[in-house]
Each structure stands twice: as structure tokens, then as C-alpha cells.
Design a protein around this ligand. Structure first.
Ligand code: S3P
Length: 440
């Protein structure tokens, strides 16, 4: 087990090259695998989660090749995937499992999707239900958990579906299954969620229409291979945005970061708290808005967060909670029950860690109230359990910048699921971080 050791204090400075976007990298592999022709993906995130997706498609006959820093994918066409010989192991990756359930439901062959202990606890009924309505046959474990046994060769029909929660993963699962149905599939979003699947399907030549909150896709369309330039991941950049905001004398620049309007909640939330975040050279790269993000230290104030803003920053709350603890005044988050079913229960786990470092926190079913401590060293030292959750580990690493004693964080191997190279990048920027291997 990898343990992070952090010395208190320091500042973040310099230009930071944050690796590629996880959500977009998954989709780039999936869509190029079922496209006709050769795709070229640059900026692909070689994290454990995205490699799990890549290996699953390799197991179904798709050829991937490296060409310098590009990933070349020879697509097999919409109906060209081959039956895998073994279960598809998707590790820790909820995005792989939920999106691939949709794709696998449309195949002629059976498949079995498995994951690690954390993924096997996460809710999959949310994809089994709509796919079953479409005519798919899927056997899950008790309570709708993985492993999922997906029976191929079913005739799927288009449905009109409104997911019970705003979720890009549910929406994308149904849209991807929609490629394999007779007729049209409609998904009405109960709230905004990231739209990378829609953007990339369009870029691959698929007609997908939006009317107000409803997306429609007609089955039987072919995908045409193309080039995908994956932007740097805003969710990874978020740790440094928080770190640079809370640590005095910090000034960082992160080039080429995705600022898709359905993802940029963290920029808006931190800005509302008083953060000094500037976007430079806003541009469109392969259908996705990107910018160079500059962040300087600032005095933050506590705010209320809720409503639509929640899904727009759904993966960034562990980092935002660290910012809230350093703010003047109280921060209240509501309407965020989904945080309880991420890689860990991020409400409970963050509340435990914050209290352990001396921060006053109270927990509700759907959120958290954090009493900010304002200026100075706001965190004590101690050992934090990350509960095998990459974002918990990276968030608490940033807390060290405003701590008055060393912080240790357990179970940091999972940082590689989204952010390989985090430690080197963070240390290069000024975080006093080291790792050791300890027996678990
Ligand atoms: C993701 C969607 C989000 C997010 C996850 C990645 C995606 O989940 O939390 O890390 O790539 O579609 P939900 O859409 O289920 O909230």
C-alpha cells in the first residue's frame, strides 16, 4: 500500500501540465473502437481507469498502437467487436462499467463485466433498469451490483427515458445502447450532466439531437473514425486550483484544461468563494472548450452550494471541501446525495478526515456544513484514511499547504486511477510530498 507523507506549509508555483481528461479518454476509446476506420487520440489519459477500458476493447479484438504521443485505434465498426474469452475487468472504473453496459447490451455475444471491491459495491440498477426496458437481458448481483452478466443477441427497442438522477453515466449508457436499437431512443435529463458523449458522438458523425432537456438518437447509424485531442482534466486541475488558492504566495498556470460548461462548476464555485482564477486563450479543441487556467492565492469566504451547481462539480467536492475549511465563514452543500455513491462515500469520508484534522463539520444525508477557519494554519496533523478513493487522497494532500503538522494519507495507490504522475507534478510545484510503500 502506498502512503503519502506531507510536510506542512509551502506554496504552489509554476506551469503545471495536467494529464488528459478521464471522461473524454474513456469515450475516445469506446467510440473509436466501434467506428469505421483509424482514429488518432492525442492527450489520452494513461490512468488505471482508462487503461481498463482500453484493455476491455483489446479483449474484444480492437488493435491499439502507439505513435509518438498519439494512440492509434483501428475501429472494428459498430458490429465488429468479438466475444471476449474472459470477463471484462473494469477495475475501479464506474464510467467504464456503466457506459460499456450500454454498448455490451447491443452485441450479439454474451459478456461479463467485473470490477474491484469498490466498484462491486456501487449501484448498477440505474443502468440495468433502462437497458432492461429497451429489451436487454442483464443479470446483476443482489441489489443491482456488479458483476453484470449481459446476454447478447437481444432485439433492443428505443425508449423514452428520464433517469431518476442527473447522471452522465446513465445518459451515456442509454445513448450508446441507442446505437443498437430499432427506432429512436430519447433521454430526458432531470438536471444538467456532462455532455462529452453527445459531443463526441457528433464528432464521429452520429446524428444526435437535443430539444430542451431531451436527447434523441436513432439506431443503426455508423460511426466514422476521426482525431480526438483530449484536453487536460479539469477534475485533476481542481486539486491545484484549490492548493494555489489556499497557500499564500502561490501562482500557477495550467495550459489546455477542459472548461466544458457542463463540467466547470469548480471554477464558478471557487470564484464565488473569492478565488483568483483567470482563464486565458479560451478556444475549442476537438469540439471541447479549453483554456489556460491561472490561479493565484486569495482569501476565500464560505458560501452556500446547491441545485444545478452540484452535478457541474460532482467530482470536485473533496477538493472544494478543503478550500471551504480555509475560508472565512461557513460553507453549506445541499442536494449532493450522489456523493455517497462515488468511489467512496465522499460525504462521510471527507467529514471524518476533516474532523480528524480539527475542522468543525456537520453531516446531512445530502451534504455537509463546514465551518471555515479563515487565515493561518487551519489543519492539524494526522493520518487520513483515503478509503481507496483517489480524489480523497489528492484533496487531503492539498490540506498540508495550510497545516501546522505533518499529514499522512493511507491507500494512495488509487491515485493512479485518474492521475498518474500526481506526486511528481505536485512535488515539482512545491507541495512537500513523498510516498512510501507500507504493508497493508
Ligand atoms: C462521469 C460522470 C460522473 C462522474 C464520473 C465520471 C462520466 O458520474 O462522477 O467520475 O465520465 O460520465 P455521474 O454522471 O454518474 O454523476
Amino acid at each position: 500500500m502506498r502512503r503519502f507523507h506531507l510536510q506542512p506549509g509551502g506554496a504552489l508555483r509554476g506551469e503545471l501540465r495536467v494529464p488528459g481528461d478521464k471522461s473524454i479518454s474513456h469515450r475516445a476509446v469506446m467510440l473509436s473502437a466501434i467506428a469505421d476506420g483509424r482514429s488518432r487520440i492525442t492527450g489520452f489519459l494513461e490512468s488505471a481507469d482508462c487503461l481498463a477500458t482500453l484493455h476491455a476493447f483489446q479483449a474484444m479484438g480492437v488493435m491499439f498502437e502507439r505513435d509518438g504521443d498519439a494512440l492509434i485505434v483501428d475501429g472494428l465498426g459498430r458490429d465488429g467487436l468479438q466475444a471476449p474469452r474472459a470477463p471484462l475487468d473494469l477495475g475501479n472504473s464506474g464510467t467504464s462499467m456503466r457506459l460499456m453496459s450500454g454498448l455490451m447490451a447491443g452485441q450479439r455475444f454474451d459478456s461479463r463485466l467485473v470490477g474491484d471491491a469498490s466498484l462491486s459495491r456501487r449501484p448498477m440498477a440505474r443502468v440495468i433498469e433502462p437497458l432492461t426496458l429497451m429489451g436487454a437481458r442483464i443479470d446483476g448481483q443482489e441489489g443491482g451490483r456488479a458483476p453484470l452478466e449481459i446476454h447478447g443477441g437481444q432485439v433492443l427497442n428505443g425508449i423514452d427515458y428520464t433517469p431518476p438522477v442527473a447522471s452522465a453515466q446513465i445518459k451515456s449508457c442509454v445513448l450508446l445502447a441507442g446505437l443498437y436499437v430499432q427506432g429512436t431512443t430519447r433521454v430526458t435529463e432531470p438536471g444538467i450532466s456532462r455532455d462529452h458523449t453527445e459531443r463526441m458522438l457528433s464528432a464521429f458523425g452520429v446524428r444526435i439531437e437535443r430539444q430542451a432537456h431531451t436527447l434523441s438518437i436513432t439506431g443503426g447509424q455508423a460511426l466514422q473514425a476521426g482525431d480526438v485531442a483530449v484536453p487536460a482534466d479539469l477534475s485533476s486541475a481542481a486539486f491545484f486550483m484549490v492548493g494555489a488558492s489556499i497557500a499564500e504566495s502561490s501562482a500557477i498556470m495550467m495550459p489546455g484544461v477542459g472548461i466544458n460548461p457542463t463540467r466547470r462548476g469548480v471554477i464558478d464555485i471557487l470564484s464565488r468563494m473569492g478565488a483568483d482564477i483567470r482563464l486565458h486563450d479560451e478556444r475549442i479543441q476537438a469540439g471541447e472548450p479549453v483554456a489556460d487556467i491561472e490561479v493565484r492565492s486569495a482569501s476565500l469566504k464560505g458560501i452556500d452550494i446547491g441545485g444545478d451547481e452540484v452535478e457541474l462539480a460532482i467530482d470536485e467536492f473533496p477538493a472544494i471541501f478543503i478550500a471551504a475549511a480555509c475560508a472565512e465563514g461557513t460553507t453549506r452543500l445541499t442536494g449532493a446525495a450522489e456523493l455517497r455513491v462515488k468511489e467512496s462515500d465522499r460525504i462521510a469520508v471527507m467529514a471524518d478526515g476533516l474532523s480528524q484534522l480539527g475542522v468543525e463539520v456537520s453531516v446531512a444525508d445530502d451534504g455537509l456544513t463546514i465551518v471555515g477557519r479563515g487565515a493561518g494554519a487551519v489543519f492539524g496533523g494526522g493520518r487520513i484514511a483515503s478509503h481507496d478513493d483517489h480524489r480523497i487522497a489528492m484533496a487531503f494532500a492539498m490540506a498540508a499547504l495550510r497545516a501546522h503538522a505533518p499529514i499522512e494519507i493511507d491507500d494512495c495507490d488509487f491515485v493512479d486511477t485518474s492521475f498518474p504522475g500526481f506526486l511528481a507534478l505536485a512535488a515539482g510545484a512545491g507541495l512537500q510530498i513523498e510516498a512510501s510503500e507500507v504493508s497493508s
